[in-house]
Every structure is written in C-alpha cells, then in structure tokens.
Write a protein that binds this ligand. Structure first.
Ligand SMILES: [Zn+2]
Length: 233
C-alpha cells in the first residue's frame, strides 16, 4: 500500500469518527433535553397534587361555613318562634324552614365528613408523592450528570481527532487533500478497497486494467464507475 493511500485511509477514518462523534453529541443532547423535560413534568405533577389538596381544603372550609350559616338561620327562626307574636301561617312556615334547614345540615355534615376523610387520604398521598418526587429528581439528576460526562468525553475525543487531523493533513500534499475533499462531499467512504475484482464502494465490477493500475504504484487510481480512490490490501 502506498504512503498516499495510507494517509487517505487514516484521514477517512478520522473523518468517519468525527461524523460518528457529532451524531453522538446530537443524541446525547436529545437525551439531556428529555431528562430536563421529565424533571419539569415531575415537578408539575406534584404541584398539581398540592393544588388539588388546597382546593379540597377550601371546599371543605366553604361547606363548614355554609353549615354554620344554616345553623344561624335555624337559631333566628327558633328565636322568632319562641318570642314573637306571629300568625299560625308564619309559625307553620318557620317550622317547615327549620325542618328543611336541619335536613340540609344533616346532608352537608355527612358530605363534610367524607371530604375530611378524603383530605386525610390525600395528605398521606402527598407525603408519599413528595418522597417519590425526591427520588425521581435524584435519579434524573444522576442521568443528567452522566449525560454531561459523556458529552464532555465526546467533546474531548472530537478535539483530539481534530488535532490528529491537522497533523495528518499537514503531512499530505494539497492535491491529495483536494481530491479527497471533493470525493468526501459525495461519499462517507471515498477510499475503497478492491474486493474480489469489485469496488467495495459501489459494488461494481472493475476492469482488469483498473485493477492492474491499482496494484502498481503509479499514482492514485479511481473507480471507473463511482470515482472513489481504489486500493488493494
Ligand atoms: Zn466504485
């Protein structure tokens, strides 16, 4: 194998690794964004639970106030019944009102008890949810830290590859680099090995003279079909 081919293969390998590394960076950044989204979602879900409980407590308070109000009404009706001189009709009305308000209080008290029960359960659930949230956050934070470590490693390997590339291209002729660059625009593997008389790039059969020239050491030989630079192992 000529020195030129060896250099080209090395350059191709560096560029392929650079492409893989930049794809890896994109994947890691996507992963990282997903972890961040999960952190936000977990926080929001917990905040919603807290808000629901607050609403429940507010509803419960409102129901208790309503019971107090009905109770006060009953006392007013009763006081009027006991002290005022009123018609039989009004007396009947007040009694009916008292019965109806008492019935409503009974219903509302049952409801209030149930709500208190629910509040108790929700409070317990909230404590458990807060604990779970803490664990989830820690897990996600670990994933984010690990992803950042990977990103740093890949960044370092990219920097290292660039250094290698610079050193390599400095030792190559401008002509060779130009040839490589124009082929690299079309192919991720511009340098192809001849395998069983075919170009390993385009998989087409090569002519005898092309193979013969590739075997020799007089300059670069291009595939007659795809123009990749050919070599023999
Ligand atoms: Zn070819």
């Amino acid at each position: 194998m000529s020195n030129e081919i060896a250099q080209l293969l090395e350059l191709q390998s560096i560029d392929q690794r650079l492409t893989e590394a930049s794809e890896r960076i994109k994947r890691l950044q996507r992963d990282r964004a997903r972890f961040e989204e999960k952190v936000v979602a977990a926080n929001q879900a917990f905040a919603q639970k807290k808000e629901d409980l607050k609403q429940l407590e507010h509803d419960s308070l409102m129901k208790n106030l309503k019971v107090d109000e009905l109770d006060a009404n009953i006392r007013v009706y009763q006081h009027r019944l006991d002290t005022a001189i009123i018609s039989f009709k009004e007396m009947e009305d007040l009694r009916a009102k008292i019965i109806s308000e008492k019935k409503r209080i009974g219903e509302m008290e049952d409801d209030a008890l149930q709500t208190m029960d629910t509040i108790g359960q929700e409070k317990e659930a909230l404590v458990a949810a807060e604990e779970a949230l803490g664990e989830r956050q820690a897990e996600l934070q670990t994933s984010i830290t690990e992803t950042d470590d990977h990103l740093r490693q890949v960044d370092e390997s990219i920097a290292e590859l660039h250094t290698q590339r610079t050193t390599l291209t400095e030792s190559m002729t401008d002509f060779l680099i130009k040839q490589y660059k124009s082929l690299r625009k079309k192919f991720s593997d511009p340098i192809a090995v001849i395998s069983h008389t075919t170009c390993s790039g385009c998989k087409l059969k090569l002519s005898g003279s092309t193979i013969e020239r590739a075997r020799g050491s007089l300059g670069l030989v291009a595939c007659e079909h795809c123009s990749r630079i050919l070599y023999i192992e």
